[in-house]
Design a protein around this ligand. Sequence first.
Ligand code: S3P
Length: 440
Amino acid sequence: MSAHWTSEPAGPISGRLRVPGDKSISHRALLLGAIARGRTEIDGFLPGQDCLATLAAVRALGVRVEQPSGDRVLVDGVGLQGLQPPAGPLDMGNSGTAIRLLAGLLAGQRFDSVLTGDESLRRRPMERLAEPLRLMGAVIDTRAGCAPLTIHGGRRLHGIDYRLPVASAQVKSAILLAGLYASGETRVREPAVTRDHTERMLLQFGAPLARSDRSAGIRGGGELSAAEVQVPGDFSSAAFFLLAATVTPGSDLLIERVGLNPTRTGLLEILRRMGADIETETLPAPPGGEPVGNLRVRHARLRGIDVPAALVPLAIDEFPVVFVAAALADGVTTIRGAEELRHKESDRIAVVLRGLRALGVAAEERPDGAVIRGGRLAAGRVDSAGDHRVAMAFAAASAVAGGPLEIADTANVATSFPNFLDLASAAGLRLAAAASAVDD
Ligand code: S3P
C-alpha cells in the first residue's frame, strides 16, 4: 500500500493560516535542550516524523522528554557529559538533519553509537560530515560513504579550523556540536552563507560562540544552560502556500507567524523577481532571536528569470517550489549552481523535472539545475519519489492545472508537514488522500 493524492482544479486560495513549527529549529531545540543543564521548554515544536525521530533518539540517550501536547515539549537536560549509551542503533528515518547533527553530538561521547535511517537517508552522502569529525579526532565508519554510521566513543576531540567544501548547514552544525566536546577552539568557514539557527541557538543557550560574516568558532569544555524556545512557523512549509496563492487567480492569503530568518528566505527574493506580490510584516522577535512575521500573498502573473546562483543556499529547500513556479511563468527560467539538490530526500532536479514533463512542460535538466519554459500544467500523474517537498510543490499548483492530478508516493509529507492536506483544503485547494494497493 502506498499513499497518493488526487486533486481537482480550484478557485482562489484565501483566508489566514498558520503553518506548523520550523523543522530545523525543532531538531536543534531538542538536541541543545538534551545537553544543557536544566529544563528547556519548547513551544511551537513540529510534531512531524523527522523531529519525532530526534525526540526518540534523545530519549534513547537517557534524557527525559515530555510532550504534554503535539507542539509543546519539555526536555530535562542532562548536561554536556550526561548522555547515556543507547540500547541499540538510533533510527533517524528520513531526516538528514537528525542524522548529521546527532553524529556531531555523538562524536565526542565516551560510548559507541550507531546511526541509521530509511532507504532514502542511507543513500545520502555522509563523508562530508565524517571527514571533518575525523580531523577532530573522532572515529567514524560509514558504509561506502553512507549510513549506517558507527561512531566509536571515548576519543579525545580537538578543535580544528575547517573550510567547508560544500555550503551545508547540517555539516557546519555537526562540527560546532562536536566542538562543544573538543579542546581549544573549533572554527567552521563556509563558502556561502547557510541557515544559522545553530549559531543563534547556541548563543541563546550560553555557549561561547563567536561569529563573523561566514565563519563561526566555538570553545569546548563549558556548559549550556536550558532556555525557552518559541519555534516560529516553518518558512519552508509556508513556501507551498506562497506558490499556491501566487499562481491561482483571485487569491489573497495571510500566513501568520512565519520564521523570517534571512538565511532561509531566498524564495521571497526569487518569487518577487518573478513578479510575485508578497508583503512581509515583521513582528517582535520571541526569545532566541529568530525573526518572525506575517506574509500576505496575492495572485500575480509570474515571468521567467535567471535565478541568481547566490540565492541557492538561501532557498535550498524551496527549489521544488521554484521549478513549479517556473513552469507556470511567462518565458524561460534558468536555474544553475544547484547541484546540491541531487543529494536531498530525492534527486530533486531529476524528480521534479520528470513530474513537470509528465504534465506537458518543456523542461531541460542540467547537471546543476534546469531550464524551464513556462506554460501550463496539464492533467496527469506525478511520482514524488517519496519526497515530501516534491509532493507538496505539485499539490500547491494543482488549482490551476488543466484537470485532475494524481500525486503518487506522498506518505513522507508527514515528515515535515503532518496537517498539510487539512490546511491546503481550508485555504481552497481541492486535494484528497487515497491509498492505493498498487506499488507506486
Ligand atoms: C538543514 C539544512 C539543509 C536543508 C535541510 C535542513 C538544517 O541541508 O536542506 O532540509 O536544518 O540544517 P544542508 O545543510 O545539507 O544543505
